[in-house]
Design a protein around this ligand. Structure first.
Ligand SMILES: [Zn+2]
Length: 215
């Protein structure tokens, strides 16, 4: 899942209106931000194997630190502890929930490769990636619902506020569709570096959201 995670961040802005959308997006995508770093360092492993699921050719061999349920709860708790003082209890709880939500959405889409606990051989996944129509409809609907909640809950104070997040939402949808229907990636390094490049989008989200206010 890609824009499905962003959908959670867009919706979360409704319950944590004082927290920047860029931070909420980083929280929902924390697992996929940490993961490419660990892949490039050789700590976690992925292979490109077309056919491993109908929709994605990525075979997630091992990713205990970025994608086990236990570690995402730990990362969520750390996010809560770090943000509580500045953001308040409620917003910190929302931020932590965003971090953990990544596991739940990946569990729905991935084949049973999602670890519960690092280095314990219990792996789960409902495998929605083997059902492309249902996956695209569900993820697309989540994204539209998240965008609707975000844009009806906030309004732009100026031109940047009116346009920056709106353009970003369209760009991310285009990237999602291109990667969903495009050819498999050329190498694991290319996958990792393009996942890391998503950091630019969190900065873009931060910039645009800082120019918006509760509607
Ligand atoms: Zn993930």
């Amino acid at each position: 899942m890609f824009v499905g995670h962003i959908a959670v961040a867009l919706a979360a802005k409704r319950v944590a209106p004082r927290t920047n959308f860029g931070l909420l997006a980083l929280a929902t995508q924390w697992a996929d931000t940490l993961w490419p770093v660990l892949v490039l360092l050789g700590v976690e492993r992925v292979e490109i194997r077309p056919g491993v699921t109908v929709m994605t050719p990525l075979d997630f061999i091992s990713y205990p630190w970025s994608h086990s349920l236990l570690m995402l709860v730990v990362w969520g708790a750390l996010a809560y502890a770090a943000y509580r003082r500045g953001g308040g209890r409620r917003d910190a709880l929302v931020l932590a929930a965003c971090v953990v939500s990544h596991w739940v959405l990946d569990w729905i889409t991935h084949r049973p490769d999602m670890p519960l606990i690092p280095f314990v051989d219990i792996k789960l996944g409902l495998g929605l990636w083997n059902h492309p129509v249902a996956e695209v409809v569900l993820e697309g609907a989540m994204y539209l619902a998240g965008a609707w909640l975000y844009f009806t809950g906030t309004r732009g104070r100026d031109a940047v506020g009116r346009w920056a997040v709106a353009v970003l939402v369209v760009v991310l949808a285009a990237i999602w569709l291109a990667s969903t229907f495009g050819p498999p990636p050329p190498s694991v390094d290319a996958v990792a570096w393009s996942a890391l490049a998503a950091l630019v989008f969190f900065g873009w989200a931060w910039w645009g959201d800082a120019h918006r206010e509760p509607a």
